[in-house]
Design a binder for this molecule. Structure first.
Ligand code: ADP
Ligand code: ASP
Ligand code: MG
Length: 816
């Protein structure tokens, strides 16, 4: 004998029911079976809603009841041939007449007890199983409708009744002996010895099927639903969840107890007792093997699955006087048991000074009341505080038998939560070491589930969620790079880089699943107007694990927002020098926040584009080296100008060429003033652990005084040509001495200088060509000959490559 159960979604409409029938036809050919049906999808919920409306005196209940009747009649019409319809139609109509009277009663007396609600809910399964039994009979299958109230005996805990197995097993066996035909059984419902209708708890049809399987010692139990088995996590919350091929009874029980709705926790009891295997199968993908639940503990993965429960509150019982009293815990439990409140999770300080209970929010107030009643005198005397409630929480649990032998599960769990800025309000580990659970803020639930899923199951695939501000040359180049490398990174580095937010100075846009990058998304006036504050808020709301804010602007406003971004536990990567070249206090504050929040703030491209300058300096400092001197040519545009001057063209013309080629800022004075180089040496100095402010730097500007005040760029050029002679003279003089002019920055003895220098031919800078940068680091270790870093130090591509490398570094860092 096989027991086969179909859930509400499998029988939600005629189309689905036809799929169910196809599966059943197949089974009937090979096995002796008995079938358990849930109510048609959504029906239980509707019945309970109608009862609530009626109790609240809301006339709308009548329309809903009518719709529900129509739904059932429609299924009858579609599944049963006209000539066979009359018995079923009558059955349905009589049931709805009963319901109408029942709801009218509720409407009048405005009361609906759990006893009444169980009776109301029972109609769902009675209707579905009866209709389906008749529909199968119409296909020539000899069926026998079984109202499970006749055979499943329970206590009178309405809404969550306990089964009396002794009586039930005997009744079921007897029934099967005395009745022929394929039994078509109502799930979910039962009755007390007095004949009152009870239910086994929401989603309890799985349990009904297991009760029958146990009583009849079935060969196996199949539970058909709308997913392919028990998955590593709820697929509605974690899109990458996948089917777990096998679970032990205990693992399945634990996963479902902590919220995996796919199987009702009590289902495992009867099956486990008789060692009956349970298969969870997908009605909509019958060929998928689904999940097998049996008595075996399979070795391998550290955990099997992650489940969660929403709408949780924490009830805290505490007070200094509780320590001496003893027995606090047992009194709390007794009070809650009497009030029929379920405890989801308990965590207790060893002193009994404080006990923290996670409870479903709708029961939390009752819990508080009943505990306060129990401790009335202790509270009055001040030995105990009033019971406090904290709402808006969820529980999350990782489950697997292998945790017993293998340490590391809790470390991995809390590291993943911590890294993703999920606050943990309480922690508990089941004494069986089968699960570790935590209470977290409800709004963080989906992020937490995904972070844990990634940490335990997909650690080989790390998703990086990028929010890019600035879509100029560098931003565009970066997007192209991400697009072209995306597949390779996924394949070779298990890194999935996705852009979820994009903004320029005018517009911003977001994409939950990541923007298409081939071709790159172009912002336009169809998008929202850019608002930095909103951009950050949205980034926080999207609440992804492993988020990176990439600032490819040169904006002070964006830099000013870094501390907020880091506080939100979002990493930052940027070529924008503004933040690090502000005050020393600000520079330190950002480092401090990043450290405290455990996120990275990377800015290799602040100096010399993609050349490895900042990382190198940081590595030297970390390994205990000391910087004696830094000499550097840090401006690609200035270098271009000086190497061109040597070809004989006048200064003003060379500057013009540099501007036309895009080597300078739109106003070349920004480069010629030396300010940009000063910012860079300031940052290098700080990385070399010097305390430096911008005002400490001696800057020799290359802009003559009159040119500085020119109102427009053309006027500037006009004035500059008046100085061509002076520059030619400087150049000639250098030439006579066998020297070259270079615009360089130095840092020595805590002093930074920026300006024009005449250098001997033999100096490494003299050989610099085009827009190359060069940095000489003289340190305790690199003492006799400095370390030299040289290469193209400007340009969108090399800068974007450096930014990209920093983003990847963050991906690698967040990996365990
Ligand atoms: P049925 O109507 O067949 O009884 P349920 O809605 O009770 O189906 O259970 C199936 C649903 O359980 C799935 O659609 C899924 O959203 C949810 N679910 C929660 N956790 C899990 C999990 N770990 N694996 C599979 N499904 C899960
Ligand atoms: N119909 C019941 C419910 O919705 C039982 C079940 O579907 O398992 O809770
Ligand atoms: Mg279910």
């Amino acid at each position: 004998m096989k027991i086969i159960k179909f859930g509400g979604s499998s029988v939600a409409n005629p189309e689905n029911i036809r799929k169910v029938f196809a599966i059943l036809q197949d089974k009937l050919k090979q096995h002796e079976i008995a079938i358990v049906f849930s109510a048609f999808g959504g029906v239980t919920e509707s019945l309970l809603t109608i009862a609530r409306l009626a109790r609240e005196g809301d006339q709308a209940y009548r329309d809903l009841l009518q719709t529900l009747e129509e739904k059932h009649l429609d299924i009858v019409r579609q599944l049963i041939a006209v000539q066979n319809q009359s018995t079923v139609m009558t059955y349905v109509k009589v049931r709805f007449k009963e319901l109408e009277d029942l709801f009218h009663g509720i409407f009048l007396i405005k009361e609906n007890s759990s006893r009444t609600l169980d009776y109301v809910a029972s109609f769902g399964e009675r209707l579905s199983a009866f209709i389906l039994a008749e529909a199968m009979a119409g296909k020539g299958i000899k069926t026998q409708f079984v109202d499970a109230r006749d055979v499943i005996r329970t206590n009178d805990r309405f809404g969550q009744a306990r089964v009396d197995y002794e009586v039930t097993n005997a009744l079921i066996k007897d029934y099967f002996l005395k009745n022929d035909g394929v039994k078509v059984i109502t799930g979910f419902i039962a009755s007390t010895a007095k004949g009152e209708t009870t239910t086994l708890g929401r989603s309890g049809s799985d349990y009904t099927a297991a009760i029958f399987a146990g009583a009849l010692e079935a060969q196996d139990l199949e539970i058909w639903t709308d997913v392919s088995g028990v998955l590593t996590s709820d697929p509605k919350m974690v899109y990458t969840a996948f089917t777990i091929p096998q679970l032990s009874y205990n693992e399945a029980m634990e996963l479902s107890h902590f919220g995996a709705k796919v199987i009702f926790p009590a289902t495992m009891q009867p099956a486990m007792k008789k060692n009956i295997p349970i298969y969870i199968k997908n009605t909509f993908e019958p060929e998928n093997p689904g999940t097998l639940i049996n008595g075996e503990v399979s070795h391998g993965a550290l955990i099997k699955g992650i489940s969660s429960m929403s709408n949780i509150s924490i009830v805290t019982v505490q007070g200094a006087g509780l320590i001496e009293g003893g027995a606090t815990v047992s009194r709390v439990f007794r009070a809650l048991a009497e009030a029929k409140v379920n405890i989801v999770l308990i965590s207790q300080a060893s002193s009994e000074h404080s006990i923290c209970l996670a409870i479903k929010t709708h029961e939390a107030f009752l819990a508080k009341e009943s505990i306060e009643k129990e401790f009335f005198y202790e509270i009055k005397s001040g030995e105990m505080d009033e019971v406090s409630l904290l709402h808006g929480l969820a529980t999350i649990a990782v489950v697997g038998e292998n945790m017993k032998q293998n340490p590391g599960a809790s470390g991995r769990m809390f590291r993943a939560l911590g890294r993703n800025n999920v606050n943990v309000a309480a922690i508990a580990q089941g004494s069986s070491e089968l699960n570790i659970s935590a209470v977290i803020p409800q709004p963080d639930l989906q992020k937490a589930l995904n972070a844990l899923h990634e940490a335990f199951f997909l650690s080989e695939n790390k998703v990086l969620h990028v929010f890019l501000v600035g879509t100029g040359l560098i931003g565009q180049a970066l997007m192209k790079m991400i697009a072209s490398q995306q597949n390779k990174l996924l394949k070779d580095n298990e890194l999935d880089v996705q852009i979820h937010g994009l903004a320029n100075s005018r517009f911003m846009a977001f994409h939950e699943d990541g923007f298409e990058l081939k071709p790159a998304y172009q912002l336009s006036d169809k998008d929202e107007p850019m608002d930095l504050e909103k951009f950050i808020q949205k980034m926080e709301e999207m609440n992804f694990s492993n988020s990176v804010f990439v600032d490819c602007t040169a904006s002070q406003d964006v830099a000013d927002a870094y501390s907020r971004v880091l506080e939100a536990k979002v990493a930052i990567v940027t070529p924008n020098k503004r933040a690090n070249s502000g005050s020393m206090d600000q520079y330190r504050a950002l480092k401090r926040i990043a450290k405290r929040r455990g996120v990275k703030f990377l800015y290799e491209t602040n100096v010399a584009a993609g050349l490895p300058v900042i990382n190198t300096l940081q590595d030297l400092m970390l390994s205990g080296d000391k910087v004696i001197r830094i000499e550097a040519v840090l401006s690609g545009s200035m270098n271009f100008i000086f190497s061109e001057l040597e070809n004989g063209a006048p200064f003003s013309e060379v500057v013009k060429i540099a501007k036309d080629k895009g080597y300078t800022e739109p106003d070349p004075r920004d480069d010629l003033s030396g300010m940009d180089v000063a910012r860079k040496i300031l940052i290098l100095g700080r990385e070399a652990e010097q305390v430096l402010e911008f005002d400490d730097i001696t800057i020799q500007s290359m802009v003559p005084a009159d040119c500085q005040h020119a109102a427009t760029v053309p006027e500037f050029f006009e004035k500059l040509s008046g100085h061509d002679g002076d520059f030619a003279k400087l150049l000639r003089k250098a030439g006579e001495n066998g020297e070259r002019l270079r615009f360089m920055a130095t840092l020595e003895d805590g002093k930074a200088k920026v300006g024009l220098k005449s250098l001997p031919e033999s100096h490494p800078f003299s050989s610099l060509k085009g827009s190359d940068n060069m940095i000489l680091l003289t340190t305790d270790r690199y003492h006799d000959r400095p370390m030299i870093i040289r290469g193209p130090g400007a340009g969108a591509d090399v800068t974007a490559a450096g930014v990209f490398a920093d983003v990847i570094r963050i991906g690698n860092y967040t990996r365990e």
